[in-house]
Design a protein around this ligand. Sequence first.
Ligand code: NAD
Length: 475
Amino acid sequence: MRNQEKHFMNGEWVASTGNETTEVINPATEEVIGTISLGTKEDLDKAVKAARAAFPSFSKTSRNERVEMLENIVRGYEKRKDELVEVMTQELGAPLKVSEEVHYKMGYEHFSKAAEALKSYTFTEDRGGHTIIKEAIGVSGLITPWNFPTNQTSLKIAGAIAAGSPVVLKPAEITPFAAMILAEIIDEAGVPKGVFNLVNGTGNVIGDGISSHPDIDFVSFTGSGAVGSKIMENAADNVKKVALELGGKSPLIVLDDADVDEAAETAVHHIAMNTGQVCSAATRVLIPESMKDAFEKALLNALPKFTVGDPREDHATGPLVSKKQWDTVQSYIEKGIEEGATLLAGGTGKPDGIDKGYFAKHTIFTNVKNDMTIAQEEIFGPVMSVITYQDLNHALEIANDTVYGLAGYVVGKDEKTLKYVAEHIRAGQITINNAETDYFAPFGGFKQSGIGREWGDFGIEEYLEVKAVMGLPTA
Ligand code: NAD
């Protein structure tokens, strides 16, 4: 049982000024695994004060000093691997293999790539009549969701440290423990006091406090669109810069020359990975009308390979993160049935033989029309909508007929067509034929999927201001 009722500020763990706490639940067992403090506005003020005090000197540290800090963090992160993997399986319910190969790996990649990007980052550029100098933005507030406990936190912290911006992090209150391990790693990595601060708490108190805090210069938020809008509103009061990484309803376009079995397996993988709780998951699968029967058969063949069960055993999929998320997913499945989509597999309720934990069935709807609720709203669970198209332009029209634009996927053989599709999907990150993720590639959304880009050098850019200097002496 983890009782971690302290916040990290100015280089030490300190008790809250309030006494409210919350329990953290293991979604696979429904058992309490620990308690955290729900911080107060006063706690937040103390953390912001520490970050503000650290800003003048931290923002003037040399590139090499910050590279060294990031590399120390990478080494500390590697040392704590087993613990991080274990804690993410406990708090999120991710299968151990997914905790290691996806969650742990992503955090590692973000710190490593930020260090690498920083080594060659151009902070000063002579452009003839003027010189551009990029400087740390000030104090950054980071607000993260529960679905990738090390990924979302690490990528923001890494970008901020690389840029020289002190931070106050508020991790999701239902998966806080991986972030608390990160705090310990950062503390041991030679990062100056006050540069990294962590305050646990609710969105309404600490999250809201960050977005409206007069002494925070920039808010980097990942989460739902509704909260993203609220953050923008709050930030408007003192004209704070915001970066928002929000939801998605990404398309996977299957071309008519694609291998049907491979395409079906790719489609199922998208709803199975992290129990479909992935903002960039392809949840709308667009197939040629002529492929319908073969594709449905291939989906049913692929499904048994993606088992659902105890995350400590060898399953592809664990539970959803919470009862609330389970209820949301159930209501979307009901809505899909009600609106007339055909249930090819899965459905409401828990998978056969499972009665404890927030497990859901891999659910596939066919005969989906793109204006149905299940095709338009982000479900954030293991639910796929299969939609047929007549020709390529029709596929692209459907793909782009959404308020979101986070990611897009295409599988097929003809290179010209693959390129054409990549150029015409309106989204921030496109993956062709399951290409490996490059963590230097910028990540972020078009349209209502967000504002800004993270990862690698683009991730550093977020935490910088641009200064133009005319007549800069060269000596
Ligand atoms: P959420 O918006 O409910 O919560 C995200 C964070 O915001 C949490 O830390 C929460 O405590 C905090 N929060 C809640 N209310 C707040 C308020 N009024 N002011 C400030 N902060 C507040 O989202 P969630 O349920 O944790 O995560 C799921 C959502 O996140 C999905 O919509 C998903 O698409 C999105 N997401 C996006 C990305 C991306 O990179 N685009 C990545 C992961 C998740």
